[in-house]
Design a protein around this ligand. Structure first.
Ligand SMILES: Nc1ncnc2c1ncn2[C@@H]1O[C@H](COP(=O)(O)OP(=O)(O)OP(=O)(O)O)[C@@H](O)[C@H]1O
Length: 308
């Protein structure tokens, strides 16, 4: 089976001359949740808009479920559901009519049972006769998702699904995305919340300045690039790191009481046992020791800095 989405050598230069995307290659497998992570202006929305056919590209090829977006535009677009960043709804229309209408726009025959299923899944069935203006912000977002699902797409784009949303609603959204995936949907979400990528994604792509810096299995990425830190809380403050500890990469906190050792968690010899032994010999006593793994955030900041 072809990848659900295949992007090769994608480039976009806006009329202003700004290069929003350059040489982007991306292949998305069916059934995965892929997070495209990048700061403001990285090119995430541009990429989605090109795949959905609302922005033209300057270079590259794109296929959706094997359909070229130029030569088989309709077949490709039919397979995509898009939930844009901004809520855009006819405020006077009811929830049910909004979703039915959206399905009609794709030339699909009415299917009341399917529409009922998605409205139930999104906890909107009880509100089906409400006008969208009467709904809370969270419900409006769910109506946007119902609209995007109305024509039975295979690939769902969520552009910043939780931007400006409170913590509870964010968690609801995450649960919902997982439910959709369980039903076989492939999901690409863009976010600048690293926590969101860490929480949800199977794979993560990091984009910055229009370039895809890396695409990696999330767990592997965190294993590969994740550093561990050992923090020792000393019994008495040190004024400086003793010369006898020079072979370890240590930092001393300003209070002199916390000694921090960063090491590669995957290395065969982490250097930690030897360090503790040396501290013992030097008579440097500690009250507590704590290890932590670097988060996706640390990894991301590192990558972006390296690229810059
Ligand atoms: N129509 C346009 N004309 C010129 N430049 C544009 C246009 N649309 C976007 N850009 C620029 O292209 C770059 C990428 O924008 P894009 O909206 O794709 O970023 P993004 O990663 O989605 O950012 P955000 O997280 O803020 O939504 C930005 O520098 C933006 O200013």
């Amino acid at each position: 089976m072809p990848a659900i989405l295949s992007i090769e050598a994608l480039g976009k230069q806006y009329k202003s001359g700004h290069k929003a995307l350059e040489g982007v290659d991306l292949f998305i497998e069916r059934g995965e949740i892929f997070a495209l992570l990048g700061p403001n202006g990285a090119g995430k929305t541009t990429l989605i808009s090109i795949v959905c056919g609302t922005v033209t590209r300057s270079a590259g090829t794109i296929t959706v479920a094997g359909h070229d977006i130029d030569h088989a535009r309709r077949e490709a677009r039919q397979r995509i559901g898009l939930v844009p960043q901004e809520i855009a709804l006819d405020m006077f229309s009811t929830v049910l009519n909004t979703v039915r209408f959206s399905r009609g726009l794709f030339g699909k025959a009415p299917d009341p049972a399917y529409i009922e299923e998605i409205l139930r899944d999104l906890s909107l069935w009880d509100k089906r006769h409400a006008r969208t203006m009467e709904l809370s912000g969270g419900m409006k977002r769910r109506v946007m998702i119902a609209k995007a699902l109305s024509h039975e797409p295979e690939l769902l784009f969520l552009d910043e699904p939780t931007a400006g949303v409170d913590v509870n609603l964010r968690r609801d959204m995450w649960a919902l995305v997982r439910k959709l995936r369980e039903r076989g949907m492939t999901i690409i979400l863009t976010t600048h919340y690293i926590e969101e990528a860490e929480e949800m994604a199977d794979r993560v792509g990091v984009i910055n300045g229009g370039r895809l810096l890396l695409v990696e299995d999330k767990a592997a990425l965190m294993r590969k690039l994740g550093k561990r830190q050992l923090t020792l809380t000393l019994q008495a403050p040190l004024s400086a790191i003793p010369a006898e500890l020079a072979e370890w990469s240590l930092t001393l906190a300003e209070d002199g009481l916390h000694l921090i050792y960063s090491f590669d968690a995957e290395a065969e010899d982490t250097g930690m046992p030897a360090l503790l032994h040396r501290l013992d010999r030097l008579g440097i006593a500690y009250r507590d020791l704590d290890t932590s793994r670097s988060s996706l955030e640390d990894i991301f900041v590192n990558l972006v800095e390296q690229a810059a």
